[in-house]
Design a protein around this ligand. Sequence first.
Ligand SMILES: *[C@@H]1O[C@H](CO)[C@@H](O)[C@H](O)[C@H]1NC(C)=O
Ligand SMILES: *[C@@H]1O[C@H](CO)[C@@H](O)[C@H](O)[C@H]1NC(C)=O
Ligand SMILES: *[C@@H]1O[C@H](CO)[C@@H](O)[C@H](O)[C@H]1NC(C)=O
Ligand SMILES: *[C@@H]1O[C@H](CO)[C@@H](O)[C@H](O)[C@H]1NC(C)=O
Ligand SMILES: *[C@@H]1O[C@H](CO)[C@@H](O)[C@H](O)[C@H]1NC(C)=O
Ligand SMILES: [Cu+2]
Length: 759
Amino acid sequence: MRSSLAYILAAVTLTIARPGETSARAPKTNPWAQITPADTAAVWDLLHSPAAGLNLTDPPFTASQTDNYVAFIDTLHTNKSAVLPYIDGNGLQPAKFARAVIFEGGRTVPISQEYMIGPLPVSNRTRIQKLDYIFNGGKGGTVPFNARFFDLQRDAASEPLLASVMTEVADITTELFGGVYYGADDDRTDLIYTFDTPVSTDGSSAVRIVMFRYPTEVEFLQPLDFYVILDIPGTDPSKYTLRGIVTNEKFFSTVDKFRQAYDAGEITNPYPQPRDYEWAQLTRKEEMGTRPLENKLAPQSIELGGKRYKIDTQQNYVEYLGWSFYMSWTRQLGLMFFDVKFKGERIIYELSMQEATAQYAGNTPKAASTVYHDTHYGFGAQSAVLVEGFDCPFGATLLNASYPDGRHTTIKPQAICIFEADYGFPLARHRTSSFGPFQGYGFSDLGVVKASALHVRHIATVGNYDYLFDFAFNVDGSLEVGVRASGYLQASPYYKTQGRFGPRVHNSTQGSYHDHVVTFKADFDVLGTKNSFQVTELKTVKQSQPWFPELGEFDQMELQASNLKREKQLNFAENGQAMYTVISERTNAWGEKRGYRITPGHSNIHLTSPNSPFSRKQSEFSKSHLAVTRVHDTEPYANSWQNINLPEAPQHDFAKFFNDESVEDEDITVWFNLGMHHFTRSEDIPVTLFTEASSSILFAPQNFFDRAQEGDLQNRRWIETGEDQDELNFEAYGVPLANCAINLREPVTNILPWEDLIV
Ligand SMILES: *[C@@H]1O[C@H](CO)[C@@H](O)[C@H](O)[C@H]1NC(C)=O
Ligand SMILES: *[C@@H]1O[C@H](CO)[C@@H](O)[C@H](O)[C@H]1NC(C)=O
Ligand SMILES: *[C@@H]1O[C@H](CO)[C@@H](O)[C@H](O)[C@H]1NC(C)=O
Ligand SMILES: *[C@@H]1O[C@H](CO)[C@@H](O)[C@H](O)[C@H]1NC(C)=O
Ligand SMILES: *[C@@H]1O[C@H](CO)[C@@H](O)[C@H](O)[C@H]1NC(C)=O
Ligand SMILES: [Cu+2]
């Protein structure tokens, strides 16, 4: 498989010259950098040392759910209060800390417990402390066993019950689906399954809703109408019980009742799932024919003038046409940006994705109950190689990403790309003309300015979905955040009666309706930490003007600006009739407060169901377009990675951020949601398309400057007629056109890094 993939991709490899690729030097050592591989190993060893007293089983895959073992190590957020004196002054670089999640199944009351370990590197000053301060649910870093991540160990403990139920009905599943499940390790087994999330509501019990599928590469699109629900509370498998079997939209609380119904002819499989799956692979489909001229190479975005950005790859620091920023990467959240400045002035302290929630609907136990928080699986850990020329333009800078993986560090080669791209439209243009029938004499001029942006991109494939995160730093000082989704639907079996949950998209497959809500954090520091959140409403008012006596009172638009006083979750106004701006008290040349506007882009949504039992309290961050809070070292994250299984008793409750603190002239964070209401369609087969599954937001200067940030760009043209109208003056501002060199080659490359590297 590996070599054939490499071969196909190598067939269209374009190598372009990269003149002037340059490196930057970060002003400071990156204080948000992830912990080093050496630190990860040392933290691992420290946790496993007898002195730590944690009694850990190593390696964890040999452990059972009643042992203690390390789930993972990651980088702990560096406190903003410690960073500012360092990046803005002569303060010391803040100490690095790791966080570690330990599954403590060996305790009398089994739990998951999170720790902070630091300062790093490990020395005799390094301490292992409970990590509580970033979780506000009341139990700190403790998560009850029932709610903890459903790992291989929990899977193994509930497997015997599942296998025994499925063995009892093997004759029926054979007749219905031509498949059996005698247990994962049984050679006769030819079905696979997925299970529900959340597995618990408040941690007091756990449920396992198993949905079977055919074992193909496209399992997400090949669901079978067969569900087994197990109650699996605690760590003692002898207490695990069958809640029931669901098929044909009917519930059977025992195997016997199910068998009686089957024998009575009440259970059928009217829409058999095909066993073939080529239809669901992202390959070219010969039967669809060809389109005229499409056999030619498609247009490409190429940095013809050479790199116009600089990177300090040691510090993950980037400079681009006035912009500068640091990047960081964590196992759970993936890419994060810090200290985002334009022309030397800070606009954003931190910009990072916080959570991607997906909630489904349907009249099946799985679709009805599914809510995902994809940080549960880790955006950093699930991001991987980008295909040059397709995921990112040819010639893009491809950076490796890495994350702690056990005692080691896994490198994901080429997981981040950076490139400058043409916007496809000009930034600005105007043509002045007095030619025409009504003018006595003619003059004309035309100015036009090129638009481009530096993009930083990564793609995380979390289970069925590929999330493309794109951050575009525009030449005019605006910044666009975009997220797109492709990949497989998490589909349900097709039922004739369930059109209200989504259309039939294949023989036996229904595209289950679902919401995607992707929560981001933007800790704005517009010219310092003291900012306000201004809402400028567009109101219609009645007024009269003396020069229109005949109108009396008439309707007129008016801007009514006010600052948000207290922390709040809020939605964008209907019809776009409000502007949202983070402002500083500092003013521009015109006496206006300098700010950055938050402009909704495409598909700015929030979760549809505010009160579903599966998303009740652990998903509050996904329930409004925007939220404004005061910055605290204790509130760095919107969510916690194991919160998903605690909808009724959250480990971390975003709603508690809103405790009436003032957000006027204070250090504030704006949380915002992107996403989509995924109205599934047959065009989601084989995979969802990035064109439609797209969402964005733009941050743009709002009186931040005294004028538009284009006047200093040289990539522009000014064309005017001279005194003699036949004469044309053409100003090109000295940017050469002819220095591009593109070498097209078709090398066979075997360095496509499909495999991770472990260090
Ligand atoms: C250590 O954990 C194991 C289970 O993994 C348990 O059997 C043993 O009693 C524990 N030892 C101590 C000292 O707690
Ligand atoms: C800690 O380590 C340092 C350097 O190795 C050493 O000088 C110091 O005495 C140690 N302190 C303690 C309390 O062990
Ligand atoms: C799937 O549907 C297509 C189109 O209706 C039909 O031709 C085909 O026979 C069906 N396959 C199965 C296995 O039912
Ligand atoms: C990225 O990983 C590759 C191995 O695939 C390695 O050769 C390369 O040096 C790494 N690049 C950077 C910038 O660390
Ligand atoms: C960050 O700040 C909190 C609150 O003051 C404190 O409890 C915590 O120890 C700090 N974290 C680090 C890594 O210093
Ligand atoms: Cu979707």
